[in-house]
Write a protein that binds this ligand. Sequence first.
Ligand code: SF4
Length: 454
Amino acid sequence: MVAPAPDSPAPETVALPAATPARTETTAGNYFVANYPPFAAWKADQVPELFTALNQPPRPNVPLGLYVHIPFCRKRCHFCYFRVYTDKNAEDIRGYIDTILQELSRYAARPVIGGRHPRFIYFGGGTPSYLSPDQLKFLSDGMKALLPWDEATEITFEAEPGTLTDHKLRAIREMGVTRLSLGIEHFDDHILEINGRAHRSKEIARAYAYARDIGFPQINIDLIAGMVEETEEKWQEAVAKAVALQPDSVTIYQMEVPYNTTIYQRMKDEGRLVAPVADWETKRRWVDYAFSKFEEAGYTVTSTTTVVRDPNRVRFEYRAGLFSGADLLSVGVASFGHLSGVHYQNHHDFHPYLDAVKAGQFPVYRALRPDPAELYTREFMLQLKLGCVSIDAFTQKFGIDPRVQFAGPLAILREQGHLVEQDGQIGLNRPALLQVDRLLQNFFDPKYRSGRYA
Ligand code: SF4
């Protein structure tokens, strides 16, 4: 399932992100900054850079993570911009799993792995929980035989509540999943229906209770602020219900309407420029409201989208790895990864992906080797999405003080009253954190800025 998110790679279109407007209605586009340089800068002619990296030993002390993309869903949500398939049968799915295992075996044999076992694993989609218990066992057993999971401290699995039975949840736990991420999005049946979600509130209650009984070490729930027909009252009710569940963490997205969504198609048909969802200022206020309610309940805000019940116990290893330069070996259609300093993305479509793997190739269609300045910017921006950056740690890692490297952008944020500079850290205050994707444009190299709202 789940919402457009940093936890969920594989956008279907990869337009340059536009700066989220400071105070305007929601118009079409992708605003969320999930990587840098932007996906549109990744090119087919850079794919040989990946092959070079695959044939060299890994960089010293760089952990390995593993991402597996499962592109199947029960139905397509109206706000979804991921590459998902709702028409595949059991035979197609079995063929897809075989292909993922073949793809993984090809990477596992390359010097870049260097004997490493994954430290974190992420099953994203699509809907990983669309797979049956038998399919999940076949997939996970095959993966473990290729790259053992004995060093993995976190295994995340995205799930759509309506696909979960007690039996399937047990199978997911038995695979070794430690972090179950439930794509709840909202608790109101009308809002779920009008936004095209497949599940309803009864299925949320049932799946959550099963998951707690089974004893997953971490349960995350996803919410979206500003879905179609959201109201002040319904959002407050949704937040109250989410607080009452006492999840280990909550991820809250602000609704965007990318171009390849059903909502945008309708806007186009009706000749509308403004999406039928709340404006940006309202969405920020709703997320702020949710953050405050969770803080009252003892939670801590740990990123621009996340609250955590016990930050000492719950560490999101996947995000921490991704945001600090870990290798991410990604398999599956449209998935994207990062190996030894090279970004790469697989073919977008099902059959080109399958055909490439069957032909004995790596199914990669574009890549980019960022230069050192781009890697520096990437890591600084992603860390800033967590709220703050340690000046010493960053300077030690890269040899350049971010106050020097980003003197210009930091001066702008300081002047706008967004910056918090204390205890050796550069951070953003709450209002800035809620519009971080817009503010991060200040750090982009000018050639990557879209300028649409800048
Ligand atoms: S269709 Fe819905 S459940 Fe499936 S990936 Fe898209 S947003 Fe998630």
